[in-house]
Design a protein. Structure first.
Length: 47
């Protein structure tokens, strides 16, 4: 959905500049779609 890779996502999550993941299983994580849409809209408006 974002077009960015795992390294980007986890690096920016640590910096607080990407939405946090939600653990739904022992090895499964998800993100709220609305959080990602808001993040993308913010990036669009900043460019």
């Amino acid at each position: 959905m974002t077009g960015v890779g795992k390294t980007f996502i986890y690096t920016h999550m640590e910096k607080g500049s990407f939405p946090k993941q939600i653990q739904i299983g022992s090895r499964t994580v998800v993100w709220l779609e609305q959080d990602i849409i808001e993040w993308m809209n913010t990036k669009i408006h900043q460019s």
